[in-house]
Ligand binder design. Sequence first.
Ligand SMILES: [Zn+2]
Length: 73
Amino acid sequence: MTLLHIVVFTALATAGYLGTCVLWPYKVCRTCQGRGQLRARLVGIRYCPTCTGTGLRLRVGRRAIDAARRRNR
Ligand SMILES: [Zn+2]
């Protein structure tokens, strides 16, 4: 493993991750496992505050891409 290998691998991994963020910007919310609701002790069911009831969360990489786009505009 040379330094070049490491650089190429890191670049490919980053490009792959950014590609994933462009194609699939959302991932399943970890707090509610994609249900969008949480079981609460007294009220029964309430909307998940992490994803506001959608069950989906925007990827961190996608948020970075959107921020970069906004800055370039
Ligand atoms: Zn959630």
